[in-house]
Design a protein around this ligand. Structure first.
Ligand code: SAM
Length: 206
């Protein structure tokens, strides 16, 4: 049985090409910047939460990362990435799962989330995400989380979002991770609309 949320996202990726969604970016510049800035290495493991059809995985494979996982609620999003990557997709672990209903089977050195946490508008959804984060992030691991900023859009893909300043996002993720850096970035949609994001870098402290 599928949930409304899963149906919504499956339909988005079934109806639209990856380049036609508002969050499309030709290159994952801020993510790569964050990884470089905090010394993440290709020998480490990384999971892209709600990775959708993002090309982050392509960029990391090209840099020699070989322990990559992409998780998304929408199977068609992952199929689009697999088709784009071709044979190289066999070097990536693909997981169709709802992050609010997923128990990580292992720990990752890097947890990456661009534009997923902000869809969790209910406290119990956020609590489930934080539980998964704490189970899935290695000691001293890095969590890169990007949400819409307070001046960003109120909705995305027809869904309400929660918008964050860095300190409010840090409070939402709890004391198991420590905020090490934050910055704003304006994403331009494929049709030229500006969307301001809050990017945060957290370190798992225990
Ligand atoms: C705005 S898109 C961002 C996609 C990708 N991170 C990027 O930067 O291109 C949000 C993504 O989160 C996925 N998603 C939404 N809710 C989710 C959930 N509860 N669990 C897992 N993935 C989810 C959607 O299917 C979609 O791919």
């Amino acid at each position: 049985m599928t949930t409304d949320r899963e149906d919504h996202w499956r339909k988005v990726y079934s109806d639209k090409r990856p380049e036609d969604v508002s969050w499309y970016q030709p290159a994952p510049e801020q993510s790569l910047l964050a990884l470089d800035r905090f010394g993440a290495e290709p020998s480490q493991s990384l999971i892209d939460i709600g990775g959708g059809a993002s090309t982050l995985v392509d960029a990391l494979l090209a840099r020699g990362w070989d322990d990559l996982t992409v998780l998304d609620i929408a199977a068609p999003a992952l199929s689009a990435s697999q088709a784009r990557l071709g044979a190289a997709s066999a070097d990536v672990a693909w997981l169709v799962a709802d992050i609010t209903d997923w128990q990580p089977p292992r720990r990752y050195d890097v947890w990456h989330d661009r534009a997923v946490f902000h869809f969790l508008t209910q406290p119990e959804q956020r609590a489930a995400y934080v539980r998964a984060l704490y189970h899935g992030l290695a000691t001293n691991g890095l969590a890169i989380v990007a949400t819409f900023a307070p001046e960003g859009p109120e909705r995305c893909s027809g869904l309400e979002v929660e918008r964050y300043e860095a300190d409010r996002l840090a409070a939402a993720l709890g004391s198991g991770v420590k905020l090490e850096a934050s910055w704003r970035d304006d994403h331009m949609t494929p049709w030229g609309a500006r969307q301001t994001f809050t990017w945060c870098l957290f370190r798992r402290t225990d």
